[in-house]
Design a protein around this ligand. Structure first.
Ligand code: ARG
Length: 460
């Protein structure tokens, strides 16, 4: 085993089991790029401030660029015996360029270094997740646009309630994803703070130019308190929380897709390329993508809970417990990055059984409220109208028919206010198209909402 970087004070090298226990390189190796970019900025600033000389800075720069290139093309692989990626890169640099490499860590601690690397990494990941969110969002909008007139039952308590359209139903998810995107944007804004210069916990005696490092790395701000900066993981918790909320939305949509693709509903057919068969039952076509998404939701909730619990009892400032942050937040971002394209493809390729949806809407007395509203328009107080419509529903249930199947004579027995125009009032297309206020399911209103949604996020 290599001599640890802290060999001065120690008489023994680390027990090899404890070395493995202590190490994070297995999961933090993915930070290599951010670690190197941070070190390049730090070294450039140290030289500009006259803290290291320019030859050393040039050697560090060249060495780090080489190491980065070798990481990228797989020529260099992290040594699993190293404690973490930060130590590995520094040791590798020193192996290559000698003493100049040992000067890189001047005025820096792994505590501010890891805080920087994780912010940089998650900032990059958030850009990718945002793109994936947008692709999902645009797919939902495109599918919704095709179904402005696709009548289906809307449910409460999983009981057919009132007629809506598939476009209106999908628009609900479009709103959820819009909030997910703006929540992510907020999170990134708070992540955009540069912690380097905080040292182990108490800053440093060297005259660092922290703003210069922030400028090089593209941060809008530098952290205002060294103890907070090295011990804060709010940005990871907040991102995990954003992702957990997104997974709630994804999981709810998937639950509906699973129901809708069942033979009992038969509202949609999933594309063969997005479904799986059974090893024993030849007829089966299973909605695995939707089920897996619903299942993976638990992982992301777990990751959030891991992070919250990890941080809740930690005294200031850095504690080694915090090394446990990475697997949780990496798992959350990896999971969401798997979910998004799969779910987008699933929605994009599904076939909608518009007739089945319309039949279901026609069959469940979803126009009973409209019948009551019709009676109200004839002057009956709403409570009485509710009761008359309810009695008509009871009458239909006893005869196994729908409100629109009754003759006018049958209806007028229940109220003399009912006239021939009642059929128009309870026609499902009318029931939907007359719900024409902002936010309601009329095709006109949903089209306006979709146009607004489409214009909401710049796609630059
Ligand atoms: N691998 C460590 C982590 O991820 C780096 C920071 C270690 N700092 C320390 N003082 N031991 O948190």
């Amino acid at each position: 085993m290599a001599t640890p970087l802290w060999n001065g004070r120690f008489r023994k090298s680390l027990n090899s089991q404890i070395n493995a226990y202590n190490a994070s390189i297995r999961f933090d190796a993915r930070l290599y790029r951010q670690d190197i970019l941070g070190s390049l900025a730090h070294a450039a600033m140290l030289a500009d401030q006259g803290i290291i000389d320019t030859e050393d800075e040039a050697a560090i720069r060249q060495g780090l660029i080489e190491i980065l290139a070798e990481f990228e093309d797989g020529r260099l692989v992290p040594d699993p015996e190293s404690e973490d990626i930060h130590m590995f890169i520094e040791a590798e640099l020193t192996r290559r360029i000698g003493d100049a490499g040992k000067r890189l860590h001047t005025g820096r601690s792994r505590n501010d270094q890891v805080a920087l690397d994780l912010r940089l990494y998650l900032r990059d990941v958030c850009i990718e997740i945002r793109d994936d969110y947008l692709a999902f969002y645009q797919t939902l909008i495109a599918v919704a646009r095709q179904h402005l007139h696709t009548i289906m039952p809307g449910y409460t308590h999983m009981q057919r309630a009132q007629p809506i359209t598939l476009a209106h139903h999908l628009m609900a998810y479009i709103e959820m994803v819009a909030r997910d995107i703006s929540r992510l944007d907020d999170c990134v804004r708070r992540m955009d703070v540069m912690p380097l210069g905080s040292g182990a916990l108490a800053g440093t005696t060297f005259p660092l130019n922290r703003q210069q490092v922030a400028d090089i790395l593209g941060f809008s701000e530098i952290s205002a308190n060294s103890m907070d900066a090295v011990s804060d993981r709010d940005f990871a918790i907040e991102l995990a929380s954003c992702l957990a909320i997104f997974m709630v939305h994804a999981s709810r949509l998937c639950e509906e897709i699973i129901l809708w693709s069942s033979q009992e509903f038969a509202f949609i057919d999933l594309d063969d390329a997005y479904s799986t068969g059974s090893s024993i039952m030849p007829q089966k076509k299973n909605p695995d993508v939707a089920e897996l998404t619903r299942g993976k939701t638990g992982r992301v909730f777990g990751d959030l809970m891991t992070l919250l619990t990890l941080m809740k009892g930690l005294p200031l400032a850095y504690n080694k417990d915090m090394q446990e942050d990475k697997e949780a937040i990496f798992d959350a971002v990896d999971t969401v990055r798997l979910v998004l394209p799969a779910l987008t493809g699933l929605i994009e390729t599904m076939t909608v059984q518009t007739e089945r949806m319309a039949e279901a809407a026609a069959g469940g007395f979803t126009n009973a409220t409209d019948l009551a509203d019709y009676l109200v328009s004839r002057g009956l107080p709403f409570r009485n109208a509710h009761s008359v419509a309810g009695k008509l529903v009871r009458y239909c249930l006893d005869r196994d028919c729908n409100l629109q199947d009754l003759s006018l004579d049958e209806m007028t027995v229940f109220s003399p206010l009912i006239e021939a125009d009642v059929y128009e009032a309870i026609d499902l297309n009318q029931c939907v198209s007359r719900r024409n206020i902002p936010g309601a399911p009329a095709p006109e209103a949903v089209l306006a909402a979709l146009d607004q949604a489409a214009a909401r996020f710049s796609t630059t």
